[in-house]
Structure formats: C-alpha cells, structure tokens
Design a protein around this ligand. Sequence first.
Ligand SMILES: [Zn+2]
Length: 288
Amino acid sequence: MSTKIAMLWILIALWSLPAAASRLAVFVSVAPLRYFLERIGGEHVQVSVLVKPGHSPATYEPTPKQMAALAAADLYVRIGVPFEDAWMARIASSNPALIVIDARDGLPLRDMTAHHDAAGKRSRHGATKDPHIWLSPPLALKMSTHLLARLRAFDPGHGAEYEQNYRRLVADLVQLDKDIRKSLANLQRRDFMVFHPAWGYFTDAYGLQQIAIEVEGKEPGPRSLTRLIDSARARGVKIVFVDSRISRKHATTVAHAIGGRVVTIDPLAQDYLQNLRQVARILASVNG
Ligand SMILES: [Zn+2]
C-alpha cells in the first residue's frame, strides 16, 4: 500500500470517529427500557443499562465504573424501581447537565400488589406505586409516546427519524397486544401465582389475576405459605411463575401442593416482544 493511500485510510478513519462519538449517551435503569430507547433512538443513541443482568432492581448499587460513565451521559431514563430512591440524587449531582426523564410521566400508575396478608404494609418496592409499566403493551405504547417527545425535544435534529422509528415500534406493540389477546381469549383459569408480583399491569390489561408468593419483598414464612397454598387451591391455580433472580424453593413447594407447574419467566427481559408472546403462550398452554 502506498503511503498516500495509507494516509487516506487514516483520514477516513479519523473522520468517521466523531460520527460514532456524537451518539447520545443514554442510561436506563432496567433492560426493557433499553429496548424502547433503542427502537426509538436507533443509531443516534448509545443505551446502557444500569442494573446488570441477574441483579435486583430493588437493591442494585451502581459500580464506580458506571458512576464514571454516568458523569458523561446525556440522558437518564428512570421508571421508579426501588434502587432509584437511593441513587438518583447521587447520580444527578455527579452530572449536573444530565437530563433525567421519568418514563412514568403522565401514565396511570397502579399500586404495587401486596400479598393479601401484607395489605397496606411496605413492599420490597418501598414506594407503593408499581414500576413495572412496560409489562402492559398498551401502557408501553403510551410510555413510548412520552419517550419520543422527550428525545425529540433534546435532539430535534433527528426528530423526523425518531418519529419514523416510533411509528414502527407502535405497529409492533399494537400487533403484540392483538396476539396476546388472541392467546388469552379462551383461558379456563385466569389466576396465576408468581414469586415477585411484577405482572400487575399485564394482568390489568388482559383480565388476569396474579397471586404474590413474596411477602413484603421477602420469602413467606410457614403460615403465609400454608395460606397461599389454600388460596391457590381454592382459585384453581395451576401455574407458579418465578424469575431466575430468586430461589425456586417456595414456588416449588406451592406448585407441588397444588399439582401445578413452576415456570421461569423474566419481567426484565430485553427482548421485549418475544418475551411477552412467550408468557402469553405459557399461560394459554397451562391455563387454556
Ligand atoms: Zn419488581
């Protein structure tokens, strides 16, 4: 290769660097938010998830490396998961220019489902409002509309692209909602059990009921467990959901007692559309 051509390549490489560097640095609390930000922001955003895979959004502590990256970030999208209570002020003060977007703005929030014995007491979530809004596709659509508006306001130069990406996302969410409704149309049983009651918006959207195993964010004691088994029997529950972050022990005990099945699902999956279709399919196959 001649020196001239080599120089040309170096120039091209240098010239293309600022394009990559000019992507907006966006941080989000949990992985599903990355899905929505990436769908709308496309190639103009670089989205990082604060709560690492396998960690709990209730107790997460950002690493020093993450705090350093946050100090140079453009946007932060929060959604009300419990670790935010302890960390948002610190994150904001480490980067006064950081724009914090609350994905919940303007959305009708439900109360966090508590175990029937624990009504009125504080759950693992501390605050009483349920942060798992993404698990309802109709609500996720409203959330996306809000995220689009905020992204456009921050970066109007790419507004038309964001709008176009958003329209594609909306089409997918509408289709997802239709597919889930179809899967769940003829269920014999509309109740299921779940260790952490993350599925309240999902059950509200599709006429289902979740029964939480955890009590105030903790594993149930023997008396609570007996009561849970009784109520699961009375309601004909056949399915006990867990996620991979927690022990299957209590779920297995309950499932065994009621002749049901333990199935692992993930409320924090980043592959959003596929994940919710999968949950609907499981419900249809066990409760159908
Ligand atoms: Zn949760």
